[in-house]
Design a protein around this ligand. Structure first.
Ligand code: SF4
Ligand code: SF4
Length: 480
């Protein structure tokens, strides 16, 4: 048996399909789609996934209805460029927070994948959760077991087949509509979605278009595209070969224990099987028939594997039946199987965690020191300086303010480094909660107080007598 060189390197033991990396399980040699009919898994991991799925579904569908401080729990409103995370509103001006948050997200994926493989994919990814734990279960309910589904597909069209297909696709479409609306609620907020649903449809044509579009996309994905989304579209699966190493915990087949494969002989005991040089794998293909991506995990870690653990449950059931210990397929690292060593924390994972911690600290610091208002004060475009009848020099500015808090804020501007007058045209500044405002500002300074033709100005922004921000700008005057 040839020893594998890395986690992504295939084992070449007897029984492994020699050309499994040259083809995919869901297409034939001509490239035509091979429709998968995976058997329904059963076992402790499947029960665990079912319990987790209920929690995730409540979070996923209940999320848009939950509000903190009057704001959505999570809202990614790219249209109005307004984002809410845990009830805190973020604006595009919070670009540093976004950049660091995104870096943290990428590092989190890298660290998590390096340590635990694609556990996310099989257990928490919305695509797998909805496909395997919701849509697939509906399919079993309406069309029966995998074998019955296959038989139904091949059967000629009859009244009963038509009813089953219509029922299944009707439920799929209704569910896709709910999922599409949920996604829309995460983008525009539940209040805006309610308006689209309850108002005159002519007022919300774009909203209704997106509603229909999302529904059709989700329906096409869950009814037809299915596992192809994980294999061909999702970039995460492609990344994994660069993130996994020999110490990564993955769903793995213990080839040392399983090979050589051999069928069970009637009335043969386990000892007799072992004595004739046969491993624990009885080549029953149960692990293959439950796999939602159609692969044979005995060939080694593969890009298509989403770590759903269905094959573990299937094999454990077989092992129990032939009176052998469970875990021929289990969560393990390649090194763990090769050497029998326990799972190790590698220097790479420690390094990733250090970076992750540093990024977390940076993000927390940024959030804690995040200013309540975002201000910019720029000279009005095209405006030159003016001389006033009192002999002063005046400059006109455009003031832009964003109130990031959930309360109205009275704001006052004060010249800090040069004596002069500052007037907000149009009266006092009262910033509505979570809104952006604009105003014109006129600054007048006596010419003798100016250092040069371009004087740097420092303007303090105060709210309730407390300084919340300092802005720098330039005051233009006559050249000296
Ligand atoms: S389910 Fe277990 S025993 Fe059966 S083929 Fe798969 S690995 Fe071998
Ligand atoms: S190989 Fe096993 S864990 Fe991987 S996708 Fe298939 S059934 Fe799930």
């Amino acid at each position: 048996m040839e020893k594998p060189k890395s986690a992504s390197e295939p084992r070449r033991e007897a029984g492994a399909t020699p050309d499994f990396r040259d083809q995919i399980a869901t297409a034939d040699k001509e490239g035509r789609r091979k429709w998968l009919y995976p058997n329904k898994p059963k076992g402790r991991f499947y029960r665990g996934r079912t319990a987790l799925t209920w929690i995730l579904l409540v979070l996923m569908f209940g999320g848009p209805f939950v509000k903190l401080h009057g704001n959505p729990l999570l809202m990614i409103n790219v249209v109005e460029r307004k984002f809410s995370v845990l009830g805190v509103i973020f604006w595009p001006q919070d670009n540093l927070v976004f950049a660091l948050g995104f870096l943290l997200f990428l590092m989190g994926i890298a660290v998590f994948t390096a340590a635990f493989g694609r556990l996310w994919c099989g257990w928490t990814c919305p695509q797998t959760v909805m496909m395997e734990m919701v849509f697939r279960k509906i399919e079993y309910l309406v069309e029966g077991s995998a074998a019955q589904q296959k038989a139904l597909s091949r059967a000629p069209w009859t009244g009963s087949k038509l009813v089953k297909k219509l029922a299944k696709h009707g439920i799929f479409f209704a569910l896709s509509f709910v999922i599409g609306n949920t996604l829309l609620a995460y983008i525009i907020g539940i209040d805006a979605l309610n308006k689209i649903i309850t108002d005159d449809p002519r007022m919300h044509l774009s909203g209704l278009t997106f509603m229909a579009l999302f529904t059709l996309i989700f329906y096409a994905n869950f009814a037809r595209f299915r596992e192809q989304a994980c294999t061909f579209i999702c970039p995460y699966g492609r990344f994994q070969s660069t993130l996994l190493d020999e110490n990564t915990i993955v769903v793995a087949y213990d080839y040392k224990r399983g090979e050589q494969r051999g069928r069970v002989r009637r009335k043969e005991t386990s000892e007799q099987r072992l004595n004739r040089g046969t491993g624990d794998c009885i080549d029953c293909f149960k692990c293959v028939t439950v796999c939602p991506t159609g692969i044979d995990i005995r060939n080694g870690t593969q890009m298509e594997c989403v770590n759903c653990t269905a094959c573990i449950d299937a094999c454990d059931e077989v092992m129990t039946k032939i009176a052998r210990p469970r875990g021929l397929i289990r969560f393990a690292s390649l090194n763990g199987i090769e050497t029998g060593e326990p799972i190790r924390v590698t220097p790479r994972i420690i390094g990733y965690c250090m970076i992750l911690l540093a990024l977390c600290a940076g993000l927390v610091t940024l959030l804690l020191t995040r200013s309540d208002v975002d201000v910019s004060l720029l000279r009005a475009p095209g405006a030159l300086f003016q001389s006033t009848p009192e002999g002063k020099i005046s400059n006109l500015y455009l003031l832009k303010l964003t109130n990031k808090t959930q309360r109205e804020m009275p704001v006052e501007l004060r010249l800090e480094n040069v004596p002069g007058t500052l007037r907000v045209l149009g009266g006092e500044l009262n910033l509505p909660a979570e809104k952006q405002s604009e105003a014109s500002v006129l600054i007048e300074i006596a010419p003798q107080k100016l250092e040069s033709g371009n004087t740097a100005l420092s303007v303090g922004v105060y709210s309730a007598s407390k300084k919340v921000e300092t802005i720098k700008t330039i005051f233009i005057g006559p050249r000296r």
